[in-house]
Design a protein around this ligand. Structure first.
Ligand code: CP
Length: 309
């Protein structure tokens, strides 16, 4: 791997993304075995620094670490000495002094994963930093697409919803464009970053056209707190204009693959029966998350790093 850390997919080498995908498929095979464990990271210690809530990412990383036989430690901000006034810097430097090899970090502050690389020498993996990036989610999404279609180049992907506040969207955009996919964004113009087309994608605010065009759509969670800022008039209005509803899906391409990174607001951005349908690969994404995170941990920690970045 070219980079020591995984902070984001902006500028991340295509060759390394492909290596992660191929390694994830090998580990997926391990996850199908009766004994789902390999000794690849025996003797390595990984700390999961979760300063923000998580279900999928936290459990997925912890499982990936255990499946690779690493020693896994969970830090929870709510029960830590941060509550006694200790700084982020002191907290992470104290944890590193106990001889860890890697830190996985989730934090609500954009840039926190990069900032952590200034404080510790261990490998840092970004598990979601505010509205910036969520690279492991994008990589598991790409692994899920590759598993479903067999290729990524020229695959037509619609990303639907709150693009402006979505770290999942941004990491998917960088990763998919690097691999040659065609990406169209669809959502309210109040939730669309300005000049986003400059990244080499298309914006189309007509959800029916995007559904008709796409091979797969990735449906983002509507962050209800945005409604307080008047960025979305109402849940009902959003669902009418951009919701992935049963009636909308029935009118279109029956081969369409439907993805969602979770957590879902059923009946808001996606109808419950659509989320549970044969077209949806949402739970496959979750399983692929474990295999993908195993691949990332293995490739970054098994001694193949060439240089710091
Ligand atoms: N997709 C995702 O990041 O989910 P969690 O917030 O539950 O980790």
């Amino acid at each position: 791997m070219k980079n020591k850390h995984l902070i984001g997919l902006e500028g991340y080498p295509k060759q390394d993304i492909n290596e992660i995908i191929e390694t994830a498929f090998s580990f997926k095979e391990v996850l199908e075995r009766p004994i789902k464990k390999v000794p690849s990271l025996q003797g390595k210690t990984i700390v999961n620094l979760f300063f923000e809530n998580s279900t999928r990412t936290r459990i997925s990383f912890e499982l990936a670490e255990k499946r690779l036989s690493a020693d896994s430690i969970n830090f929870s901000a709510s029960s830590s000495s941060l509550n006694k006034g200790e700084t982020f810097k002191d907290t992470v430097k104290n944890i590193e002094s106990m001889k860890i090899d890697a830190a996985v970090i989730r934090h609500s502050f954009p840039g926190s994963a990069l900032m952590l690389t200034n404080y510790i020498d261990s490998v840092v993996i970004n598990a979601g930093d505010g509205t910036h990036e969520h690279p492991t989610q994008a990589l598991l999404d790409i692994v899920s697409l590759k598993e479903k279609f067999g290729y990524i180049k020229n695959l037509k992907i619609g990303i639907i919803g709150d693009i402006a506040h979505s770290r999942v969207a941004l990491s998917n955009i960088y990763g998919l464009i690097t691999l040659g996919a065609k990406v169209t964004l669809c959502g309210p113009s109040t939730l669309m970053p300005i000049k986003i087309e400059e990244l080499g994608l298309t914006v189309n605010n007509n959800i029916d056209e995007v559904i008709e065009w796409a091979d797969a759509i990735n449906v983002l969670r509507i962050q209800r707190e945005r409604m307080n800022n008047a960025l979305i008039p109402s849940v009902r209005e959003y669902r009418k204009l951009f919701g992935i509803t049963q009636s909308r899906i029935e009118k279109h391409n029956s081969e369409l693959v439907i993805m969602h990174p979770g957590p879902m607001n059923r009946w808001v951005e996606i109808d419950s029966n659509v989320a549970d349908s044969e077209q949806a690969i949402i739970l496959d994404q979750v399983l692929n998350g474990v295999a993908t995170r195993m691949a990332i941990l293995y490739l970054l920690l098994s001694g193949t790093t060439k240089k710091d970045s």
